[in-house]
Design a protein around this ligand. Structure first.
Ligand code: ATP
Ligand code: MG
Length: 429
């Protein structure tokens, strides 16, 4: 294939076998979210570029080097493919006044885009489940969001996902810590890498988020934000931990957990596994009380998290999770002109009664159609020739499981026979 016509690097097709995992995952996700009272919201994939700069922060990996930004050639607008969902969700909440008189619990599932180096668990188009709440000051909602994660890993049959927790305090507290950090890093200037030097005066907290192994010791010994938190911030943090302890959810406080986005305050958390190599964070989030106001809304406390679907699906596969092979109940075989006309009506009639039908299309003889029926995985073949069509009948052949192997039935009796037999064989299992 001409390379210029192939998929963009780091943006993957999800083929049917793989997509079956995704659908199963999404079913689990939706019922899990419903059980916590979350409602869906769907935002555009493209948003104005200034929205992300404002929300995520100018001096962050995402805004500095990962965004797919472009100018709309038709009207000159600066646009960006969303690199995350919170900014767009907050924009929508403000624009439609969703949080004015009530609290909101919202979720979305969809594509995100970041220009990163593609590798296992890291892609340029990837998918997130995003969960956001508005109007609740916490720490109860923060804690509930963390409990949600624990329940989901259980629902998905995953273990070995560990919880890391930190508090980023409030902006004033961070300012004091920031000053101390700058002093500390200035005193150790010879140990800083290029990126750290560049960020020293713009966003020193982000230096702690470095993935450079040579900087780990330096960062581990840096002044800790927790030592700068006031009584209220500490009480909030303690409140979150109390719920987790009551619920028996183990956690580790990681003072270096700062998150790659600027909008967080107070609670931040990550769920991390060591089963995915370097890309171990499957879920991350926290509180972002300042963001709604920062984007032009009325001050509204908020909290949220996002999960990377690719990483979770990889874990599910690792754990041996297998979606049920999607097979139709019936493969409908037909040959002859009258038979083909009847086949459409029979297929629609069966579907009316809840039977899944794969209608053979594309012609061919009985023998080749029966082969396709077999490999389709269907439980039954319904076979119509011109003889059957003339008398309003069809042959019902059992392809899988027990039962009378083949018999002729009135087409009106097909559905009942099929459903009856499906129920019988379910009971035997
Ligand atoms: P990382 O440290 O792995 O780059 P991040 O802090 O940039 O993650 P967030 O912005 O918090 O990630 O996004 C939430 C989740 O989305 C991550 O924990 C991860 O599971 C997933 N994720 C982020 N970037 C990618 C990517 N490029 N490809 C696949 N999944 C991703
Ligand atoms: Mg990242």
């Amino acid at each position: 294939m001409n390379p210029s016509l192939q998929a963009v690097r780091g943006m993957n097709d999800i083929l049917p076998d793989e997509a079956a995992f995704w659908e199963l995952f999404e079913d689990t996700i939706r019922s899990w979210l419903k059980s916590y009272g979350y409602r869906p919201i769907r935002m555009p994939i493209v948003e104005p570029t200034p929205l992300f700069k404002r929300a995520i922060g100018e001096v962050t990996d995402i805004v500095e080097k990962e965004m797919y930004s472009f100018i709309d050639g038709l009207n000159g607008e600066a646009l960006t493919l969303r690199p995350e969902g919170t900014a767009g969700c907050v924009r929508a909440v403000i624009e439609h006044n969703l949080a004015a008189r009530q609290t909101q619990r919202l979720y979305y599932i969809g594509q995100m885009f970041r220009h990163e180096r593609p590798q296992k668990g890291r892609y340029r188009q990837f998918h997130q489940v995003g969960v956001e709440s508005f109007g609740m000051v916490g720490p109860d909602i923060d804690a509930e969001m963390i409990l949600m994660g624990a329940r989901l890993w259980n629902d998905l049959g995953l273990d070995g996902i560990d919880l890391q927790l930190n508090s980023l305090g409030q902006p004033e507290e961070r300012a004091q810590h920031r000053a101390a950090l700058i002093t500390y890093f200035e005193e150790n200037a010879e140990l800083l890498d290029e990126e750290a030097k560049r960020r020293l005066h713009t966003n020193p907290l982000r230096i702690l988020d470095t993935k450079n192994p040579a900087m780990q010791d330096l960062c581990a010994a840096a002044p800790k934000l927790i030592d700068y938190l006031g009584a209220e911030s500490l009480a909030h943090f303690e409140g979150v931990q109390r719920v987790l302890r009551d619920a028996g959810i183990p956690f580790k406080i990681n003072p270096r957990l700062v998150r790659g986005l600027d909008y967080y305050n107070l609670t931040v958390f990550e769920w991390v596994t060591d089963k995915l190599g370097a890309q171990g964070t499957v879920c991350a989030g926290g509180r972002y009380d300042g963001l709604v106001e920062q984007l032009g809304g009325k001050p509204t406390p908020a909290c949220g998290f996002a999960m990377g679907i690719e990483r979770l699906i990889a874990l599910i596969k690792d754990a041996g999770g297998e979606p049920a092979a999607p097979a139709p109940d019936v493969y409908l075989v037909h040959q002859g002109e009258a038979a083909s006309r009847s086949a459409f009506l029979v297929a629609e009639g069966l579907r009316d009664q809840g039977v899944d039908v794969l209608l053979h299309c594309g012609g061919g003889g009985f023998k080749s159609q029966m082969k396709k029926a077999d490999s389709s995985g269907a439980g039954f073949a319904v076979i119509i020739g011109d003889d059957e069509a003339a008398t309003g009948e069809a042959q019902l052949k059992v392809l899988r499981g027990e039962g009378i192997e083949q018999r002729k039935l009135k087409v009106d009796d097909l559905a009942e026979a099929i459903i009856g037999q499906i129920i019988d064989s379910d009971e035997e299992e």
